[in-house]
Design a protein. Structure first.
Length: 318
């Protein structure tokens, strides 16, 4: 399994195309309601939108696409709607796995699948096995998934494998927990998209979205097409370019400050040797770096000799 660097520890590499996109596909029911159609029509149209976005991800060179299909909270919906969603999930697995495999796409399903019907679990297992070595795109379907569940199950698995950690009472470090998260096989998302107008992450990838760019749109999921995905991608690229420039500017300022502070220390040492202890104690030692830079002519150049000496040795810092 590849090892990916966490964005909470290192600055992510700047790129115009996100390596990993995560999407909450919201708005199927409202799409159907606007058209006086049953909710199932919106869910079926939503499946078509998934096909479009998977194709778009492949065309754009995105390596990982994670779709929030069914949250752990979705069981609270009316029983008939849940039944329809499960049936759509089953049919999609039956029909789509072969197409994914033919196009070099790896399928992963993450979440607590134990609650699903045995037929669905079997199709998940076979689909993941068939497509396991496909390199073009990793498509993850988050089903019966919740971010809190993910962190809890990772902690349970960590302590199951490291029972000594409980005995010695050592603190649990984030880097130790990360390999046991449900999406440990993927880099953290670079771009998060939520359709349907809501602006929250709804218990989705709570750990992984720590430094992800967030993109919210009023467009309902069945209407989210390649152009919408392109707009989100372009917005991501603009933010990353702006953010990268700011980071580089900050790094330059930090380096310049470090050089200035080093030079100030060097200057104090050399001036002590040049002007003697009494003059140094009286005129130089009390000065801060800012005062040194601002008042060099006034405090440190009473003679032509001192002006020439300062100019030769510290002109670039003044």
């Amino acid at each position: 399994m590849p090892v990916f660097t966490s964005s909470t520890r290192d600055i992510p590499e700047a790129r115009d195309v996100p390596r990993h996109v995560a999407i909450i596909m919201d708005g199927n029911g409202r799409w159907a309601k606007q058209r006086l159609l049953p909710r199932v029509a919106g869910h079926r149209r939503g499946v078509e939108a998934v096909r479009t976005i998977v194709r778009t991800a492949v065309e754009r060179g995105i390596g990982y696409l994670t779709l929030f299909a069914f949250s752990s909270e979705n069981w609270r919906r009316p029983a008939d709607e849940v039944s329809i969603l499960m049936e759509l999930f089953l049919r999609s697995l039956e029909v789509e796995v072969g197409k994914l495999h033919d196009n070099g796409i790896r399928l992963k399903v993450t979440g607590d699948t134990s609650r699903f019907d045995g037929r669905i679990r079997g199709l998940i297992e076979s689909g993941e096995t068939i497509t396991a070595s496909n390199p073009r795109l990793t498509l993850t379907i988050a089903a019966n998934y919740g971010g809190r569940w993910d962190i809890a199950q990772a902690a349970r698995e960590y302590y199951r494998r490291h029972p000594e950690a409980l005995a010695d009472g050592a603190p649990l470090e984030p880097d130790a927990l990360a390999p046991y998260l449900a999406l440990a096989y993927a880099p953290e998302p670079d771009l998060f998209i939520r359709t349907g107008g809501e602006q929250r992450i709804s218990n989705f990838l709570l750990w992984q979205l720590a430094y992800t760019e967030l993109w919210f749109t009023d467009r309902l999921w069945p209407d989210f097409d390649a152009a919408c995905a392109g707009g989100a991608n372009d917005g991501f690229a603009r933010r990353i370019r702006t953010g990268t420039a700011a980071v580089r500017d900050s790094e330059r300022k930090t380096r310049a400050q470090k050089m200035t502070e080093d030079s100030w220390g060097r200057a104090r040492h050399e001036l002590l040797k040049t002007v003697g202890q009494n003059n140094f104690t009286t005129w130089i030692e009390p000065l801060t770096l800012a005062e040194f830079q601002d008042g060099i002519a006034r405090f440190l150049a009473p003679t032509n000799f001192m002006r020439d000496w300062v100019s030769r040795n510290f002109a670039e810092q003044i």
